[in-house]
Design a protein around this ligand. Sequence first.
Ligand code: COA
Length: 272
Amino acid sequence: MPEAESVEPILVDRTAGIGWIRLNRPRQINALSLALRSDFCTALAELQADRDVHVIVISGNGERGFCAGADIKEFAEVHSLTEARQARAVVSWSAAMERVTKPIIAAIHGYCLGGGLEIALGCDIRMASPDAVFGLPEITLGQIPGGGGTQRLARIIGLGRAMDMVLTAERMSALEAKSCGLVTRVSESRDALEYDVRTLASALASRGSAALAFAKEATKASTDVDLPSGLRLEGDLFTLLMSTPERMAAAKAFQNKSNRAPLPLTAAVAGG
Ligand code: COA
């Protein structure tokens, strides 16, 4: 039975500076239908515009996983290249993610395939549970990744491994993903993942939002521009931050010894 369209494909929660987007088609392992992609783009834009949101988290609802990629059942419904282009233009999550200046954390459990992996690649920090499985199966469907997979993956894990994943469609375990930097943190369990993500997101949300945005911008630029240009950008952003109230407040808090708490480290992170 097709999923009832009354079910919201995206759920958004805003609490304590964290905007949490949950992909919500659990019966289809959160496959990316047109409706989901459209709502996802809207949610991202709204959280980006919300001054009370400092960090965004993306996770998938249901037991099976984060996201099993594009909704393959919708493939047959696109009849012409023009229609495909229009659909892409309207709901390009890849471009929508690029417009977000706030840090985005991916909380990944179970299947993280195709467009699901591409959403994760558009995030700034990827955290996973031990059962997470990563892959780009598009080639087996006569397709190539179309949500940034061929571009972002190589920038994150290097050309050799990325080419291997794109051409072979072979899957990668959470531990392999950690070893090549596809994810940077693997929690002890699914329950621990939710806790660890919330803890990290809360810690980030307590930081200055301008500093977070500039840190993200400068670090992202490092893979796209030459070193002199990157250093210039870093210098400009650094200078801009010097006069912000956030920076003054942080310096005062340091002097008063009231902000000395380090970012929390989970056992999984601490263990490397
Ligand atoms: N698009 C649409 N529906 C999908 C889907 C997708 N990408 N991935 C899973 N589903 C649906 C299945 O059709 C099934 O629904 P149904 O019970 O109504 O038929 C449900 O999700 C569960 O999937 P199922 O295939 O029965 O589970 P499984 O454990 O046997 O296999 C996967 C899980 C993820 C390995 C398998 O579903 C799969 O390969 N999905 C496609 C992944 C993919 O190629 N993504 C990239 C698309 S470009």
